[in-house]
Design a protein around this ligand. Structure first.
Ligand SMILES: [Mn+2]
Length: 286
């Protein structure tokens, strides 16, 4: 029997459509402490959820209604006062969720929030959509930051295969490091019609983790990000690439770097909510 409480009270801002038995768990990480340019992504978990509530999350190309997919929203990671504390608690929570065989979907926060999650994954390939490579050795003296996290991760984890898609701005040391580690880099300029249809044929592994930095979009499509870089994908290109992952086993995903403070129309949060819905669909419907 449904109670009046369940009938008449919205759980907003949480985006749960199911309970703890759901396959997909959602968590926010409102963290932006290492932002080098424009802080504010700590406010994205709330604004992306608000957008998620208010857009249509039916995808007519995949023909799936994300509203019908049970999702359990845990709320936001909290109680951290520096990067190490965020990394520590995000690792522990991720490990718990992965060992319960759940798909973990995370709303950032800056891109450093991906780092502790990746550290808890085994036997998956990593698919990253980002304008940047995030493989600097350091930025302004910081070894662990949004601009270095992928290098730090790959230094520790030598086996994981990475497919990096959509970059168009990086320094020499980053691309040299990427090549030395065998990262599959498909820059924005490499993307063609065939890739849009069949990115999943390029990815050899069946199990993947997907990380989407919203700055992979052209800033005209996603102005509300910490480090906008003119040029980049339009909505259709990014959404089609994510749609074409259908059939892979997505064990987790994140949508990061949305900055609501620099997003007057809210369009970046809305695009992030659409990305979230596509990833929820593709991690639930194989
Ligand atoms: Mn980026």
């Amino acid at each position: 029997m449904m109670s009046y409480r369940e009938l008449f009270i919205s759980p907003s801002p949480k985006i749960s459509t199911g309970n703890e038995n759901s396959k997909v768990y959602i968590m926010g990480i409102p963290f932006d402490f290492t932002t080098s340019y424009r802080p504010g992504s700590r406010f994205a978990p709330l604004s992306v959820r608000q957008a998620y509530w208010n857009i249509e999350i039916v995808d007519r190309k995949l023909n799936v209604n994300a509203e019908k997919i049970p999702v359990f929203d845990l709320g936001d990671l909290s109680f951290f006062s520096n990067s190490d504390e965020m990394i520590n608690s995000a690792s522990k929570v991720s490990k718990e969720i992965f060992s319960a065989n759940k798909v973990l979907g995370t709303i950032g926060g800056e891109h450093l929030v991906t780092y502790p999650i990746l550290n808890e994954l085994n036997d998956v390939a990593l698919v990253v959509f980002d304008a940047h490579l995030d493989m600097r050795d350091e930025l302004y003296g910081l070894k662990i930051s949004h601009a270095t996290f992928l290098r730090r991760f790959l230094e520790k984890n030598k086996k994981i295969n990475v497919y990096h898609i959509g970059s168009h701005t990086f320094i020499d040391e980053e691309i040299e490091f990427a090549k030395s580690r065998g990262v599959n880099v498909f820059t924005y300029y490499d993307i063609n019609a065939k890739m849009l249809r069949s990115i999943k044929n390029i990815i050899k592994e069946e199990k993947i983790y997907v990380s989407v930095d919203m700055d992979v979009l052209d800033p005209s499509c996603a102005p509300g990000v910490a480090n906008p870089e003119p040029e980049g994908m339009n909505y259709q290109e990014l959404f089609d690439l994510i749609r074409s992952l259908k059939g892979k086993e997505i064990v987790g995903f994140d949508v990061v770097e949305t900055n609501p403070l620099l997003d007057p129309s809210g369009i970046t949060s809305i695009a992030a909510a659409k990305v979230l819905s596509l990833l929820i669909i593709n991690s639930s419907v194989v």
